[in-house]
Design a protein around this ligand. Structure first.
Ligand SMILES: CSC[C@H]1O[C@H](OP(=O)(O)O)[C@H](O)[C@@H]1O
Length: 355
């Protein structure tokens, strides 16, 4: 456990906002359901508790739940003293929690495959693999942030949606906020419009919380204001995160993304998604094959437990939507910015990247 705990200490010293980490042989996570008013750290004692934390969105964000795959499978290995069958079962449980973000599936598969093929001590091998995965994802954030920041000009106002930031990733800025943070750190004078993102309010509660921590000027808008802001010249570029990018460049991201992309096209505003090669699903040919998670409709008829619609009102809660590649100006990755034709240009990533 020493390696993975030292990693967390190093990362905290470099001012990263960690969504999940090990300390004192205990798995910890920041309860994102309570942000921004409470920074409540939860201890996770079992794979079942971690599974529930993902399902309930106590920890969320495709990058962060991808890391749950690494931390969770390692926790199962540590607690079972390397029992490969128990490790497999833990992986299956984690993969059953939320269906859309591909990072979780890929990371679990990578960890379980490492356990199965381990030559030496399984627990030590999985600790090393987990550290490798965490460090790799963090490096992806720095790299994609650098490439994405090249698209941002001094004086730009950038709109983002949901929370695609440090607590949804490996601690620097996730995807979209890695681009924004890098541009800010380069001294570019930028302003961010963050959409509140009903019903979980990732934008109002977590993106605003992080932008304040990063010292980046920002304005909160409701999701239905995005068209007005674009149509009245308030937005120069849009950068959103990603939960899964299909092989042809279609994007699964927080519900509402598609609506913003349509308005961006109509108003001639560049629309980018920030992702990593690990979020590109080369096994899914196009967006219509991506499963969109349907969540409990009570999350729509209530806000923080306060009912906002009459008893008995039915509601619908698709947690994501699919933005077709024709509405996307570029896909920002750790290997550079990919433009159309996406199928061909993304394919080159698959040739080079061992995910
Ligand atoms: C680092 S990108 C995060 C990505 O995940 C979010 O979904 P959720 O809050 O439901 O986990 C959203 O789609 C973000 O773009």
């Amino acid at each position: 456990m020493r390696l993975i705990e030292e990693l967390a200490n190093r990362h905290r010293e470099s001012e990263l906002a960690l969504p999940i980490w090990f300390e004192n042989r205990t798995l910890r996570l920041l309860d994102q359901l309570k942000l921004p008013f409470e920074e409540d750290i939860q201890s996770i004692a079992s794979i079942e508790e971690l599974g529930e934390a993902i399902r309930s969105m106590m920890i969320r964000g495709s990058g962060a739940i991808g890391l749950c795959g690494a931390y969770g499978v390692y926790l199962a290995a540590y607690q079972s003293k390397g029992d490969v069958e128990k490790i497999r079962q833990a992986g299956d449980l984690l993969k059953s929690t939320r269906p859309t973000a591909v990072n979780l599936m890929k990371t679990v598969d990578e960890m379980v495959a490492t356990a199965v093929s381990a030559q030496g001590d399984v627990v030590e091998t999985l600790e090393q693999k987990a550290v490798e995965i965490i460090e790799r994802q963090l490096e992806f954030e720095y790299q994609l942030g650098k490439y994405g920041a090249e698209l941002i000009e001094d004086g730009d106002t950038i709109m983002t949606h949901c929370h695609s930031g440090a607590l949804g990733g490996a601690g620097y800025g996730g995807r979209a906020l890695s681009v924004i943070r890098a541009a800010h750190e380069q001294g570019k004078n930028i302003h961010v419009f963050t959409c509140e993102t009903r019903p979980y309010l990732q934008g109002a509660r977590i993106t605003a919380y992080e932008l304040k921590k990063f010292g980046i000027p920002h304005t909160l808008i409701t999701d239905n204001m995005s068209g007005f802001c674009m149509n009245t010249g308030k937005i120069d570029k849009i950068v959103v995160g990603s939960d899964r990018v299909s092989a042809n460049g279609d994007l699964a991201n927080k519900v509402g993304t598609y609506m913003h992309a349509l308005a961006a096209k109509e108003n001639g505003i560049p629309f980018y998604t920030a992702t990593s090669s690990h979020t590109i699903d080369f096994d899914t040919p196009s967006g219509d094959a991506i499963e969109v998670e349907m969540r409990n409709a009570d999350e729509v008829t209530q806000i923080k437990g306060v009912r906002i619609a009459p008893e008995g009102t039915s509601a619908l809660y698709p947690s994501f939507d699919i933005t077709p590649n024709k509405l996307i100006s570029g896909i920002i990755t750790e290997k550079g910015v990919i433009t159309a034709p996406f199928e061909q240009n993304l394919g080159r990533l698959n040739e080079k990247v061992n995910v």
